[in-house]
Write a protein that binds this ligand. Structure first.
Ligand code: ADE
Length: 240
């Protein structure tokens, strides 16, 4: 899968996506991170990419020309129809379903705004998806792009090894993931739940589902409405 990231800070993006699982995925050519420096496309002789907002107001606005020309450089002059994601606090809130949907694309373009944003005309011309990573305001779209690329990449087949499988994890079935333990069995007097040491796989699965339900009830009760529970699990939930 190929990610194109249009940004004024390409080194930041490259550094943030070059360690651990994503580095391995890049080394194995499962994902490709192509950064495009928007500044390389400005026709301004002082390499300026922003200007004061029409109508007044605080800060600077990124100009349309370098953004649209940068896009043309990756889309065969606009003829290749690519999905272009603009990160903005007023977009649709990113979630696991969206990550899954984006992971089905072969190529994705991320447009990172900085300062007070980008001239609306450039957005109208090239953007297909407006996405926020939450109800707070950041200084730019670079960190949101990195977060989204991380969440999307790990759903690309082969990126996670078997041992890191994305099947049994938070949000995959509207339940939060169960707690995890590793050796030693007793740490500073705290014991690992006995059932996990029992070797009884049916009991262990039942236990994991129950603690997932418990945790979801505590932290994200809104998710439980959409979770598929057995009759026994529904009773367990009622008795919590
Ligand atoms: N840019 C600035 N804040 C943002 C947010 N919360 N989500 C996505 N892009 C942003």
């Amino acid at each position: 899968m190929k990610f194109h990231i249009m940004t004024l800070f390409p080194e930041t993006i490259q550094k943030c996506l070059d360690y651990s699982i994503l580095k391995r995925a890049r080394d194995n050519n499962l994902i490709d991170i192509n950064t495009i420096n928007i500044r390389d496309y400005t026709t301004n002789k002082h390499l300026k990419v922003d200007d004061y907002p029409y109508g007044g107001g605080a800060g600077m606005v990124m100009q349309a020309q370098p953004v649209v020309d940068a896009y043309k450089s990756i889309s065969e002059n606009g003829s290749k129809k690519l999905r272009v994601i603009y990160m903005t606090p007023w977009g649709n809130t990113f979630n696991q379903n969206m990550a899954k949907d984006f992971s089905n694309e072969e190529e994705l373009v991320f447009l990172c705004g900085h300062y007070e944003g980008i001239d609306e005309r450039a957005l109208e011309m090239i953007v297909t998806d407006y996405v926020s990573i939450g109800d707070y305001v950041l200084t730019g779209g670079e960190m949101p792009a990195v977060i989204m690329i991380d969440a999307i990449s790990r759903l690309v087949p082969g990126v996670l090894g078997n041992e890191e499988s994305a099947v049994n994890e938070s949000f995959s079935d509207n339940l939060l993931e169960h707690p995890q333990y590793t050796r030693p069995a007793v740490f500073e007097g705290r014991e690992v739940p006995n059932v996990l040491l029992s070797g009884d796989h049916k009991k262990i699965e039942e236990y994991k589902r129950e603690v997932s339900i418990k945790r979801t009830m505590k932290f994200r009760p809104d998710l439980l409405k959409k979770a598929q529970l057995t009759e026994k699990e529904k009773k367990f939930l009622q008795n919590l």
